[in-house]
Design a protein around this ligand. Structure first.
Ligand SMILES: O=c1ccn([C@@H]2O[C@H](COP(=O)(O)OP(=O)(O)O[C@H]3O[C@@H](CO)[C@H](O)[C@H]3O)[C@@H](O)[C@H]2O)c(=O)[nH]1
Ligand SMILES: [Mn+2]
Length: 367
């Protein structure tokens, strides 16, 4: 008699957290239920902490609001943005898992595709990247593809993948000026490809549909100071992407972009976005040459060391552009201090007195 098939556990079920920044309800989870329910969610509630965010039944989650951020981080909470989706990086900080998938609450599964976004990110992250030599048949580790003729065999092992950057159907992640001149444009083009971003090349990282290996690159995934009290918004993910990419290049780690797509449903207000973005639109003409010029020293053998060295460069080279970069450079250091406090190395954890008090307890779940 045929043996009953052993149920296949969802990939990385106990090694991956899903981080969601939100100011809305989380009904979007109903569409993702078949794919997300097996995983632990970390919900970062932005804005008014007295507002109750209801999470659909059946999900395993922890929810943090601004009061929790302040309680857990104390003065270091100053590095976590308020009233901006950048707050999501607090979820990266408190997670204890090896992998993170972060998604916005207005992103849905583009129906009819044979693989869901989370599974595709996991595939991207578990397979090597090829930043040293471009494969013209795209991802060589994908079923039905391989390295093409002329691809050096000494490069074919690839490097570990740190980041998997997904894309968006319907509302594309355009900046405000583009949104304003093309208000009706929708992205209908589904490009069935995953590519490694070549070493030495920067890219505009969008936080809407993003996976990463927290152990490889977590300390660099600081979504920079935005929102309340800050002169700029909607550059949080861009900043993290530029910092992470130069560090990935230095540490021989890979960044992929392409599949998976999500269906992005809400177009945020282009006029509001313009107010948030406008300084960034001209500052980035200085920011990008800065990141292109970054050379990290050989003593930078860990992400934390790279990040601290980068923070000093930010203050020195971009400080003259605007005092904001002095503040951002300091916030980068605070972020690393917070990271190391909440994620002590095994040696540091062993040396620390067992306090018995778990500091990063989330808010109690609504009854
Ligand atoms: O103050 C806020 C505003 C929003 N959120 C949560 O963050 C995400 C994104 O919000 P939204 O979909 O309204 O904004 P988009 O313009 O589409 O966001 C994308 O553009 C970039 C903005 O930096 C970023 O890559 C994407 O997030 C939702 O989950 C909101 O609930 C918030 O937490 N705080
Ligand atoms: Mn959105």
């Amino acid at each position: 008699m045929a043996q009953p098939a052993t149920p296949v556990s969802p990939p990385l079920k106990d090694e991956l957290d899903i981080v969601i920044p939100t100011i809305r309800n989380l009904d979007f989870l109903e569409m993702w239920r078949p794919f997300f329910q097996p995983y632990h969610l970390i919900i970062v509630q932005d804005g008014d902490p007295t507002k109750t965010i209801r999470v659909p039944d059946g999900f395993d989650y922890e929810l943090y609001n601004r009061n929790d951020v302040n309680r857990i981080l104390g003065p270091k909470a100053s590095c976590i943005s308020f009233k901006d989706s950048a707050c999501r990086c607090f979820g990266f900080l408190v997670s204890k898992k090896k992998y993170i998938f972060t998604i916005d609450d207005d992103c849905f599964d583009p129906s009819g595709k044979e693989i869901n976004a989370l599974a595709q990110h996991i595939h991207n992250l578990l397979k090597p990247s090829t930043p040293l030599f471009f494969n013209t048949l795209y991802d060589p580790f994908r079923e039905g593809a391989d390295f093409v003729r002329g691809y050096p065999f000494s490069f074919r092992e690839g490097v570990p993948t740190a980041i998997s950057h997904g894309l968006w159907l319907n509302i594309p992640d355009y900046d405000a000026p583009t949104q304003l001149v093309k208000p009706l444009e929708r992205n209908t083009r589904y490009v069935d490809a995953v590519m490694t971003i070549p070493k030495g090349t920067l890219f505009p990282m969008c936080g809407m549909n993003l996976g990463f290996n927290r152990e490889l690159i977590g300390p660099a995934m600081y979504f920079g100071l935005m929102g309340d009290g800050q002169p700029i918004g909607r550059y949080d993910d861009m900043w993290a992407g530029w910092c992470a990419k130069v560090i990935c290049d230095h540490l021989n780690l890979g960044v992929k972009t392409g599949l998976p797509y999500i269906w992005h449903s809400k177009a945020s207000n282009p006029f509001v976005n313009l107010k948030k973005e406008y300084k960034g639109i001209y500052w980035q003409e200085d920011i990008i040459p800065f990141f292109q010029s970054v050379v990290l020293s050989k003593e930078c053998t860990t992400v934390q060391k790279c990040y601290i060295e980068l923070s000093k460069m930010v203050k020195e080279k971009l400080g003259p552009v605007d005092p904001y970069f002095q503040k951002l450079g300091d916030a980068m250091v605070t972020w690393i201090e917070a990271w190391e406090e909440l994620n002590p190395s095994p040696q540091a954890a062993a040396a620390a007195e067992p306090s018995g008090v778990k500091k990063n307890e989330p808010s109690p779940k609504p009854k």
